[in-house]
Ligand binder design. Structure first.
Ligand SMILES: Nc1ncnc2c1ncn2[C@@H]1O[C@H](COP(=O)(O)OP(=O)(O)OP(=O)(O)O)[C@@H](O)[C@H]1O
Length: 576
């Protein structure tokens, strides 16, 4: 940590509060917002950009003064209504000014935010997810409330509900909850570092989404790690456009500006966002940093290429949530200025982020190896992150001393330990046992569910999800060692390696989506692909290719292919 003045670098702001340690172990966003509001009340906290019918953009600015005042009034009102430390609050509000007000107020009182994205997770799955956690309070937009009624979300446990960003018949709004004036000094939440701050659901690529518990100490460490790693700057320098719910917390915690672009966070996937409006938002606000899924970046960079648009203000683009391909690094680089760079951050809902790699390294060194079947390099562990490779197993691993770390270069299961990683799942001993490993000092290792190896430089090379490997009698094929090789063929846009059960054994099949750049016959392409497979150790022996119009992807990132479902569908097709 640096010794910058607290207000200029709010992560170190804890030093000004005698009793709070320099590395915070509790979420401090409400204090940070209040500090900025007191010193710079007119500093812009949020700019929300909306699109008019004629296509022009309107920008709505809100200041730290307004944000802090509303958040503190709301926090007092929440307490008056019995919402307090540890109250489970379903937070179904996409980024907006009131989302920031509500989030800040909930952190102020030490409530637990239960985050689930209805569109990403699927409207019916939300019912089961919420039933598992049992929130007592439900905050949602009017459309979230409509869906809540239709699908019976939280019917068993929700006893208070409020509408945010609009109105809904019979429900109170945040304004109704707020007290008239903010208290001179806010009541500090009586929370311990081990109390849950956020419960967030995983994407569900390998089954039902899991309710990840991020305790006060985990979430505070995550904010600090990201703030330092992304080195967004401080105060006015920070103009961050998060395109993922909840990521507004990063810019706010740095005392900067959150730019909310005109995109539908609730009903559409990131790949469907309007690229022209997003690029103009970036230009008009001088956005300096952004987090985006690879699908959104593909969309933006393609539009920028077609219109010869550049976004030189952007210094740092972080992509994550799913794998980032070499061509995307090149395409994003083309739309950035000379000081801009795209970084891939590898992590999971439970562990965000763990590793980072920059575009220059990918393009100059690692991608070429990825295309030769060596796997996907996602870089070194971030400061404080310990990475280890252990023998892959489907079984639980009780203690870290029960497994041996594999040597450099050997492939196995990826595990990680760091203060920001979630230690367990909510009321779910099964998933906790399956995904966590206890260490003798009481800390916890997280099993990412991925396989990979570490190189001599400590960089992680991923082979893909453990459960997406195709295990044949003689060999194990891994998605991220196979698919990039297949995708080097001009006729292939994307490829997916799947296991197809066939007469008691498993056959590896590669599904391909055509690129449109080579319209020769499937038979010719397949023959060429078979020939290519023989050139690399990781792909040798692959002979079955199936052409598909479109490979199905998850809704949250528009990038993750459900390979097991695809394999099962192919098996059914074969039988039928
Ligand atoms: N930058 C990245 N490069 C490659 N893969 C990534 C990257 N970021 C995330 N991933 C993949 O996404 C996984 C984490 O995703 P997430 O936490 O959203 O849930 P999920 O694993 O997809 O779903 P579930 O845990 O419910 O099955 C990682 O384990 C990894 O496989």
């Amino acid at each position: 940590m640096t010794g910058r003045a607290p207000l200029e670098h709010p992560h170190t702001g804890a030093a000004t509060h005698g009793d709070i340690p320099v590395t915070p172990d509790r979420v401090r966003v409400a204090d940070l917002v209040l500090e900025v509001a007191r010193a710079h009340p007119d500093r812009v906290a949020l700019v929300r950009t909306t699109k008019r019918r004629d296509g022009s953009l309107v920008h709505h600015e809100r200041t730290y003064g307004e944000l802090s005042d509303r958040a503190e009034r709301l926090a007092a009102g929440l307490r008056a209504n019995g919402i307090r430390e540890g109250t489970l609050c379903s937070f179904m509000v996409p980024p907006s000014f009131d989302a920031l007000v509500l989030g800040t107020a909930l952190f102020r009182i030490g409530a637990t935010l239960v985050g689930i994205e209805p569109f990403s997770h699927g409207l019916r799955r939300v019912t089961r997810c919420l039933d598992r956690v049992g929130p007592e309070v439900f905050f949602g937009t009017p459309s979230a409330h409509l869906a809540k009624r239709l699908f019976g979300w939280g019917r068993r446990t929700v006893r208070q509900q409020y509408v945010v960003d609009g109105t809904f018949p019979g429900l109170e709004t945040l304004d109704d909850l707020m007290v008239d004036t903010a208290p001179a000094e806010p009541t500090q939440a009586d929370v311990d570092p081990g109390d849950p701050a956020v419960i967030a659901f995983t994407t569900g690529s390998t089954g039902m989404p899991k309710p990840t518990v991020l305790r006060q100490r985990n979430f505070a460490a995550m904010i600090e790690l990201v703030g330092d790693q992304w080195s967004l700057g401080n105060g006015d320098d920070v103009v961050d456009m998060p395109t993922f719910p909840m990521f507004w917390i990063i810019a706010l915690s740095a005392g900067g500006q959150v730019v909310v672009p005109p995109m539908d966070f609730t009903m559409k996937g990131p790949g469907d966002a309007d690229p022209a409006a997003l690029l103009r938002t970036i230009e008009e606000h001088g956005v300096r940093s952004m987090f985006a899924s690879p699908a959104l970046l593909r969309n933006l960079s393609e539009h920028a290429r077609q219109g010869s648009i550049k976004i030189p203000s952007v210094r740092r683009v972080v992509a994550g949530g799913a794998e980032v391909q070499g061509p995307l690094f090149a395409a994003v680089r083309d739309m950035l200025g000379s000081e801009g760079e795209l970084y891939s951050n590898y992590g999971a809902t439970e562990a965000l982020p763990l590793c980072e790699i920059d575009g220059t390294t990918v393009l100059e060194e690692t991608w070429e190896r990825t295309e030769r079947g060596e796997g996907l390099c996602v870089g070194r562990g971030l400061p404080g992150v310990e990475l280890r490779i252990v023998p892959a197993t489907e079984k639980p691993i009780a203690g870290i001393d029960d497994v041996e770390a594999l040597p450099t270069g050997e492939i196995g299961e990826v595990i990680a330990r760091s203060p920001h990683i979630s230690e367990d799942y909510f009321d779910a001993p099964g998933p906790t046992a399956a995904n966590k490993i206890a260490a003798p000092d009481g800390s916890v290792w997280h099993r990412l569910g991925d396989v990979g190896s570490l190189d001599e430089q400590g960089r992680l090379w991923l082979g893909g999800r453990r459960s997406h490997q195709v295990v044949t009698p003689g060999k194990i094929y891994r998605p991220l060692q196979v698919e990039p090789v297949v995708a080097t063929h001009k006729a292939v846009r994307r490829a997916a390696l799947v296991a197809v059960p066939c007469m008691g054994s498993t056959v590896p099949v590669v599904c391909i989506e055509r690129s449109g750049e080579d319209d020769r016959d499937t038979g010719v392409i397949t023959a060429e692909l078979r020939n290519m497979m023989g050139r690399h150790e990781a792909t040798r022996g692959l002979t079955a290719f199936v052409e598909m119009r479109r490979l199905p992807v998850d809704r949250r990132h528009n990038a993750k292919i459900d390979r097991p479902a695809l394999g099962a569908a192919l098996a059914r097709r074969r039988k039928g």
